[in-house]
Design a protein. Structure first.
Length: 193
């Protein structure tokens, strides 16, 4: 056989790949004061991260209820908010750039987060709403993805089993459970209760 395979954390790895692209963008766009800047590259990252958010939220709903048929942001809210109410106020930081984001704070029943609403406009009517593929929406969608992925891999996140640290994104002190060094490198422990 020659190769033994273990389950890969594909959603964590995908988040890290998108984050790496966002970090490259930070070399050309100052994230501290350019919320309304938009471009093809920002649009690509924005659409990609929102697409992955959709995938992750659907998987979280399945983990809550294996019979879940939730397939939209509003249906996800109805299943996720009672099970994971702490997600709504989850703060994500980008310490190196001095940013704190709360991407889910305005998510409510029948009311998607502002960045999700803009995502749908860019996705379906890009010719009229291309300027909404902006840095503010991209950063919030990436922060939303980061927090959702942490909850999807909750046990692994709390046990320090998410290998390779994010380069930009982090959590607040309330959610930080410490660091460690293991066989596969440095790791964070997250507090997700």
């Amino acid at each position: 056989m020659g190769i033994n395979r273990q389950e890969a954390l594909i959603h964590w790895n995908y988040f890290l790949a998108l984050e790496e692209e966002l970090e490259k963008l930070s070399k050309y766009v100052d994230f501290s004061a350019n919320d309304t800047v938009y471009s093809i590259e920002i649009a690509r990252l924005f659409l990609s991260s929102c697409s992955e958010v959709d995938v992750i939220l659907k998987q979280i709903c399945k983990s809550i209820d294996s019979d879940s048929n939730a397939n939209s942001i509003n249906a996800y809210f109805d299943e996720i908010s009672p099970a994971l109410p702490q997600l709504i106020n989850f703060e994500v930081t980008i310490p190196r750039l001095g940013l704190t984001l709360t991407p889910w704070v305005d998510w409510a029943s029948g009311h998607p987060p502002f960045w999700w609403q803009d995502h749908n406009k860019v996705k379906h009517h890009r010719h009229n709403y291309f300027e909404r593929a902006n840095l503010k929406n991209c950063l919030n969608s990436m922060a939303g993805l980061y927090s959702a992925v942490l909850y999807f891999y909750k046990d692994k996140a709390e046990n320090g089993e998410l290998h390779k640290l994010p380069k930009l994104f982090n959590v607040t002190d309330q959610r930080f459970g410490g660091t460690g060094m293991g066989r596969y490198g440095h790791f964070f422990r997250y507090i997700l209760d």
